[in-house]
Each structure stands twice: as C-alpha cells, then as structure tokens.
Design a protein around this ligand. Structure first.
Ligand code: GDP
Length: 298
C-alpha cells in the first residue's frame, strides 16, 4: 500500500493537494467552486465526460444535503470516485493453463510488464513460458530473452521477421508438452501501421483460439499512464480488433495523470488487472480499486 501511495505522489500533488487547497474551511459551496473542482479533475486526466458526471452528481448531493461547508465536498468526491471505481470484477487468478496475449503500442512497457508478470507467476509457483511474437524488431526478441533469463523461465523465439502467429503456434505446442501453467505472449505494437497491426493481432488470436481452450485466453492491453487521455483512444482502437479482457496500466509512478485510472474505469468496460509503479521486476501490483482510492485521498 505504501508503495502505491508513494507511486501516486505526483498525482496526489496534482489532484489531492489542489482539491484540499480549494476546499478550505469557510469556502462557499457555489458554482465557482464546482468549476474549479472540474478543472482540477480534467487536468488530472479524469476525462471530460467522466468529470462532468462526477460534478453533476456532486452538485446534486450538495443541494440535497444543503451543504454549506466546502470541506465536506472532499468526502462526497471520494465516494463518487469510489462508486465509479467499485470493482464488480473478481481478482485475477490462474487456476488452469492460461494463455495471456500482451498487446499495446510500442514503448508503453509491454516487454517490461511481461518480465514482471513472469516473476509474479513464478513466485506463485507457476511454470511460465514466454513467447516472442513481436518478430518485427530483433531488439524486442532479445529484450524478452533477457527477462526470460532473469526469471529463469523458458522462451520460444523465432528469427526476426518470421510469422508471429507461427511463433505462438510453436509456443502453445511447447507449453502443452511441458505442462506450462502460463504462456505470456509478447506482440508487436507499431500503431503507425494500424491496419497491418490489427490484421496481425487477429491472426494471432485465431491461432490462439484454434490451439488453446478459449475460456483460458486472456488479452491484456498495456497502457502508459503518462499518455493520459491518449490511452483511452488506444484502448478504443484495440477493442475494435481484439477482445481485450484486462488492462495493465504502467508508469503510474512517474506521472501526475493518475486520474486516468478513473477515466478507464468509467469509460471502458474492461477491468484494470495490474498497475506498474516502477521499472524494477517487483514494481507491479494487482489493481485494487479500494486501495487506489484510499491511496489517492488519504
Ligand atoms: P514496449 O515497447 O511496450 O515493450 O516497452 P518496454 O517494456 O521496452 O518499456 C519502455 C520503457 O518504459 C522502459 O524504459 C521501461 O523500463 C519503462 N517502464 C515500463 N513499465 C514502467 C513502469 O511501471 N514505471 C516506469 N517508471 N517505467 C516503466
């Protein structure tokens, strides 16, 4: 929890401290106050539509309760955000052999996240296999190999330029014969060539469906928190091409845009599974919305 709270330091500066600043004792609860609050939320990347929803609800509650004391607004705001964040989803557990496709734009932290996930699953006692299906860049394959080494887990790789779907095919075959619990499959993320990328992902997914029990296939979309609202746009693009089952939000440590989590929860119907709070192998946490809201406001 402390790591999460520390990780959110810049978001807290940009968001919580500013809110504390305007909600001082004696401040009148009026339109001006709500306008300032709205601006703070938007600047923290909560997103325009989500912010409007929150502010409308706050205004209504303030009116109902005939609120005079601005300090009370903070409590109401935390409740409002908690309502949005409240997870209906259960936590992510590996109970049967699972294939996790890791998708996302280049640079968001896919490879690093695979390294961190491999570490986590190994600590949980699982047998892990990495599949290097980002065959577009030799560096990506080598980078994955480094993570395989650090985690002491197996990797299936082909040479640069080979067909990503066939790397996955070999990966699944190897995983079955070696009793692997979790396959983590890296994929390419060159969004400037969107059409090809989406075709490639569809092909990978078809192989996954054909060769693996469909109920045990996950597609985790990695998003970079520092890109703010851009991340929402990326998610919408990937959602069109693949059945995204979970989101991993990286680089929450370095950003003041942590409000993006609220936006993701409100605007996309996809559970946030993990968050990245640093570059190290242990800097990955299972996402817990209650903890997140507490770490933001406490
Ligand atoms: P990929 O192109 O999507 O595979 O991205 P990489 O895994 O190569 O990561 C790009 C950069 O982001 C690297 O320098 C990583 O160390 C860094 N990175 C990844 N996750 C995090 C995170 O949670 N926090 C921070 N601060 N940096 C991260």
């Amino acid at each position: 929890y402390q790591r999460l709270r520390d990780g959110l330091a810049r978001t807290r500066d940009n968001f919580t401290s500013k809110i504390d600043g305007i909600l001082s004792f004696g401040r009148k609860v009026d339109d001006e106050l709500f306008e300032e609050l709205e601006e703070i939320l938007i600047l923290a990347d909560v997103g325009v539509s989500t912010t409007e929803k929150i502010i409308d609800n706050l205004k209504e509650k303030a009116k109902e309760q005939k609120l005079k004391d601005a300090e009370k607004i903070k409590e109401l705001l935390a409740e409002e955000i908690y309502d949005i964040m409240e997870a209906k989803e259960t936590s992510f557990k590996i109970t049967q052999p699972t294939l996790i496709l890791i998708v996302g734009v280049n640079g968001v932290g896919k490879t690093t996240t695979i390294g961190k996930l491999a570490n986590k699953f190994k600590r949980d006692g699982k047998r892990v296999l990495l599949v290097a299906a980002d065959t577009f860049r030799a560096a990506a394959i080598d980078q994955l190999e480094v993570w395989a080494g650090k985690n002491n887990c197996e990797i299936i790789r082909h040479e640069e330029g080979s067909d990503p779907a066939s790397v996955l095919f070999d990966g699944i075959k190897a995983a079955k014969s070696r009793n692997v619990d979790v396959i983590l499959c890296d994929t390419a993320g060159r969004l400037h060539n969107k059409k090809n990328l989406m075709e490639e992902l569809k092909k990978i997914y078809r192989v996954a469906q054909r060769e693996f029990n469909e109920g045990n296939i996950e597609t985790f979309l990695v998003l970079d928190a520092t890109t703010g609202q851009n991340a929402i746009q990326q998610a919408k693009i990937f959602k069109e091409a693949t059945d995204v089952t979970g989101i991993i939000l990286t680089k929450l440590d370095g950003t003041a845009k942590g409000g993006i989590v609220i936006s993701i929860k409100s605007e996309l119907d996809i559970p946030v599974r993990f968050i990245g709070v640093g570059e190290g192998i242990d800097d990955l946490q299972e996402f817990d919305s209650e903890k997140f809201v507490r770490a933001l406001f406490e």
